[in-house]
Ligand binder design. Structure first.
Ligand code: GLY
Length: 363
């Protein structure tokens, strides 16, 4: 397979992730290559800002290939990853007349991708959809693997479905217009892959020259980190599509990350910033349990901070932490599961973490 394409091998619904500079300008051609006929209606779901940047290009290219496509914008922001946005997409789908043979395209970051994926999973009991992620975080994580969801006031991603896209197209060029804070937040997920499974990626990220190239959006280094991240994700997802076991390691740093996002108000911390703090806490717990050395923990924290990400836990009351963790869908049979590191490039799932071992990081 071409080095810009990564297969996500699954039992029934394998698909390709294409990583290519400028691919956003050739989606019509790519859909045709995938055997998607231009008699199928397309609803592109995006938000105003992303539509302005890339919507016109995408529409023009689809029109060139005689696809009938329309753009519908939902409101940006984690606060809008909710039932209201979902209903608006369904209204638009009705207006446009999307039938079982139609297609949705998610053009945007993780919020657009997750809500659109869930809309596609449920509209007429499921229609196909394509992911075109435009943020680093959605490129390396949420656009691949078929997790779709909206938030519930009681917790993040509580309503959703495993529903794989038909294809994912990643254009690193879209990162040029991404705000720096959001780019850095995406780096948290890249660092995560280094800690959980890819020591060589971790070491690559540690190298100062590489870091400068990445932060200056040098194309080759961007493609390298996106490629490595997705290869790890594809491998884990193909082993455990519905998260019955190993896939949980992709949630490294996420349990405490979700607590921080939820209790500090969605939007106060970007998802990647919250999981940076979550990884720091997980690393500290692992050191205390003698799972990995203080040296490893400091290496991880230094790497996180060197990409401009936070490691300082905000002030949060212990009882609130417990409530959120118990409500988290990662809790099974009343037990809290945590992903803890054992080495750089190796983590494991632990069910035996005492409350006192993690509550001390909170007020
Ligand atoms: N973001 C974690 C997963 O896709 O499983």
């Amino acid at each position: 397979m071409n080095k810009n394409k990564i297969l996500v091998p699954l039992n029934n619904n394998s698909y390709e992730v294409t990583i290519k500079q400028g691919v956003i300008n050739s989606i019509g051609e790519e859909l045709t290559r995938l055997g998607i006929n231009n008699d199928r209606k397309i609803l592109i779901v995006s938000n105003q800002e992303i539509s302005k940047l890339f919507g016109g290009k995408l529409l023009n290219n689809l029109k060139k290939y005689n696809f009938k496509a329309e753009i519908f914008n939902i409101k940006a922001g984690e606060n809008n990853k909710n039932m209201a946005s979902l209903s608006e997409i369904f209204n638009a789908a009705f207006e446009v007349g999307l039938d079982r043979n139609s297609l949705m395209i998610a053009l945007g970051g993780g919020i657009v991708g997750d809500v659109t994926g869930f809309a596609a999973a449920t509209w007429l009991r499921g229609i196909e959809y394509i992911q075109i992620p435009t943020t680093l975080l959605s490129m390396v994580d949420s656009s691949v693997g078929g997790k779709t969801a909206i938030n519930h006031p009681k917790g993040k991603n509580l309503i959703g479905a495993f529903y794989q896209p038909k294809a994912v197209f990643i254009d690193p060029e879209t990162l040029i217009t991404l705000p720096t804070r959001e780019f850095k937040a995406g780096m948290a997920e890249v660092i995560k892959y280094g800690v959980i499974k890819d020591k060589s990626l971790f070491e690559y990220l540690e190298n100062e020259k590489n870091r400068d190239k990445i932060l200056n959006l040098e194309n080759k280094s961007l493609i390298k980190i996106i490629n490595n991240s997705i290869k790890t994700k594809a491998c884990i997802v193909s082993e455990d599509e519905k998260e019955n076991g190993i896939r949980a390691i992709l949630n490294y740093g996420h349990s405490f990350g979700h607590v921080i996002e939820n209790l500090c108000g969605y939007g106060e911390y970007l998802h990647g910033e919250a999981i940076s703090i979550g990884m720091k806490i997980a690393g500290d717990i692992a050191t205390e349990k003698n799972l990995w050395s203080k040296k490893h923990s400091l290496r991880q924290d230094h790497l996180i901070e060197s990409y401009g990400l936070p490691t300082q836990t905000p002030k949060i009351k212990k009882n609130k932490v417990i409530t959120i963790l118990m409500g988290d869908k990662k809790v099974r049979n009343g037990k809290m599961r945590f992903i803890l590191p054992k080495d750089i490039g190796e983590v494991d799932i632990f069910n035996d973490i005492e409350e006192s071992q993690f509550l001390k990081y909170f007020d």
